[in-house]
Design a protein around this ligand. Sequence first.
Ligand SMILES: [Cu+2]
Length: 164
Amino acid sequence: MTNRPLPGVAAVLALLTAAMAPAPVAAQHVRVAGLTLAKPWTRATAGKVGAGFVAITNAGTSPDRLLSATSPAANKVEIHTMTMDGGIMRMRPLPDGIAVPAGGTTSLAPGGNHLMLIGLKAPLVEGTLVPLTLNFATAGPVKVALKVAAAGAMAPAPGDQQAK
Ligand SMILES: [Cu+2]
């Protein structure tokens, strides 16, 4: 037995997944260059700022790094971390991005690291999809779509938990 991934199988699966996707931005689970981006989601808001979440798993043997992100739905997207400052949770940008270690998973989730969508051009409506491009040092740009959950949700909608 070997732990090495089978590139041929992964490529075929990626093609099948792409062929079955109903629209380019509808993918809920994206695999590219050894990275799997699972359950990209955000929350409904009528405000100008939103938070984006996704779990990034690196099945490869080399580390990668999420450097930046962009979305046509926002003026800019920052990568943020949450820190405790005198008992108060504060968030601050991570200008160097976030490491995605080889064989590891980097989770962007409520209460921790997240994507900050700043200057939303329209309200985020529950059930819709927000296009987003994640820029990785090695994998390059990866397009995902953030599924909009209810306002204040702490997890993606239940139906998305099984998304593959
Ligand atoms: Cu933030």
